[in-house]
Structure formats: C-alpha cells, structure tokens
Design a binder for this molecule. Sequence first.
Ligand SMILES: *Cc1c(COP(=O)(O)O)cnc(C)c1O
Length: 360
Amino acid sequence: MGRVFNFSAGPAMLPAEVLERAREEMLDWHGSGMSVMEMSHRGKEYVSIAEKAEADLRELMKVPANYKILFLQGGASSQFSMVPMNILRGKTSADYLNTGHWSEKAVAEGKRYCNVNIVADTKGSKYTTLPKAGELSFNADAAYVHYTPNETIAGVEFGYVPDTGDIPLVADMSSTLLSRPVDVSKFGIIYAGAQKNIGPAGLTIAIVREDLIGHAQAGTPVMFDYKTHADNGSMYNTPPTYAWYVAGLVFEWLKERGGLEGMALINERKAKKLYDFIDGNDFYSNPVDRDCRSWMNVPFILANSELDKAFLKEAEAAGLSTLAGHRSVGGMRASIYNAMPEAGVDALVDFMADFARRNG
Ligand SMILES: *Cc1c(COP(=O)(O)O)cnc(C)c1O
C-alpha cells in the first residue's frame, strides 16, 4: 500500500520529501558513518545539525535577537507548568483566555501556581466562537496573559493577536506554529509541541523573550527552569536529537516553499476549499463561527450521525485516514497542517461529495 492522506491531529503527517531525505541519511549521515540517532549531541556533526535547525527556524519566523529558541522535551503540556514556574516573578495572578480544551488544561495547571483570572470564556458556545479584540481587557497586575491561538479540537483560531500592552503574552501555538507568519515581537513566550506542524513527537519548542528568563520561583526543578536550557544551548542534558534533526529538515522544506508567507497562501486556500464545500452542502456542517475558523483543524458533522461509521470506514478504504473527531466531541475532524498536500484536501472533498450523493 502507498502512503495515505493522514488527517490525524497529531502526531500528524510529515512531508514525504522530509521522510525520504531522512531515509537517505539514515545509515550514514553526510559521510559520518553513523545515523543521526547514534551521534553524540556534543559532537561537531550533531552540533552543526542543531545550529542549522535553530538558524533556519529563526529565519523562517524572523525571531528577533532578544529571544532564545529552546529545544525541549515534555510536550506542550509541560509548558502549562513551566510558564507559571518561570514568569510569575513574585506576582500572584495571571490572566487566561479560556477558548477550548487546551486552554482548560493550561488554566487547570496555572491554578496550581497562582490566581487565574479568566478574562474571556467561550465555553457557553461549546467553544465555537472567540472573543473580539475589542472585548478583551486585562488586569494590570497580571504576571502574564496566556491564550491558545488555535484550538486543535473545536477548530477555532484567532485572526488577531491580543494587545496586552506591557503584560507578557504567552501563546500555546502547538497546532498553528509555522502555518503562517507571526510577529514574534508581540509575544513574551511562544511554545509548541512538535508533533502537529513541526516534526516528530518528543520535541517541544519554546521561544522566550530574554528578559523573562532567570526568574524561576524557588524550588523549580533545574529541568523546568528556562535559564538552564537557555544557558546551555538546549543541551544541559541529552536533547531529543533525532526529532530536532527531522524538525530541521522540515524547516529546510519550508524555506524551499516560500517560507511562512508561502505556506500561508497554500493553507488559506486548502482551508477555504474544505469550508466552502461543507457550507455549500446540506449533508455536512461545521459549527464554528465563520470569522474564527481554523486553517489547520476542520471539524465537521454529518446531518445523519448514523452514517458516521460508514463514512469513516469508506474514507479509510479510499486512503483518507484518521478522520474521526476527538473522542470528547465526536463527528469528524480533518487536520490539514503544512504537510497535507492540496491533493489530499481535493481527494477528501471528492470523497465527501461522492459519499453524500450515494447516501443523501
Ligand atoms: C496537542 C496539543 C497540546 C498537547 O501537546 P503535548 O505535546 O501532547 O503535551 C497542547 N496544546 C495544543 C493547542 C495542542 O494542540
């Protein structure tokens, strides 16, 4: 069997070109006589791989010089704790926007360290809406403001960056990082687990403004202190070397495709195709407000949910894999990250149209 179009929310598809390159370099990386997996992380070969990946990410995202890029482990979930541990800086509260499943998790963990003020909450709409920029206001004594620009499960995405003035803005970009340009200078911390839109699971990227480093609260484990990783080039201990290398291949792949500006054009077009089809058809629907629909995660339901099982089974047989919605919401979800080719979205739309014709 050939490769399927894999609509998984994560771990998700990687570009075929990246996997082929990793295969070519698997046994003998650039004449080193060994696999990247077998290299010392302190050897000159691996250090060159790591530095190139960081430089390429800095270039892709135009990361300003006063930000460190950290290559960590522990997933985005560890950042839910690492953020308050590091940047409360003696303050006792932080503001959080609660806009979905992942925000809820961040809020729950934040509450273990400080008073959490929920400054926006869209639970009442079942997380199908987002606050408008003008509706947001923040507490002047908040240590930081945390939000989730793209909620992977409900499929809502902010079309703007909240203006928090001097309060550091922290963003969980796990399912949107690298999908379009972002102005990093508006953020205090950006973090993301790699397995959605960056590379293999096991790597977590944090982009941290330098003035927020070095303030970890007393008792913070050394591995949870940003300063530990910033001072040691993310090599205080053994980093996730192979995942870092593959992420580097993805960064090169993105640079060859017009960078994030190029990806944004493709991603917007892919998402529009799928939403336009869903909206133009009584058989399917998407519950999310039109002005905050995600480019990356597209949930949809069938008007007749008794057909869900048949839909998923026939889709799988047609090479369209992992379309079931998250277990908490049901229905379907198509995750269409950077690595999903436009042909995958075309194949999905064709299949959906055919299924509707046969079952409508
Ligand atoms: C997947 C996801 C997480 C959890 O990531 P882990 O790396 O598994 O901890 C957190 N936030 C968002 C927005 C996600 O999509």
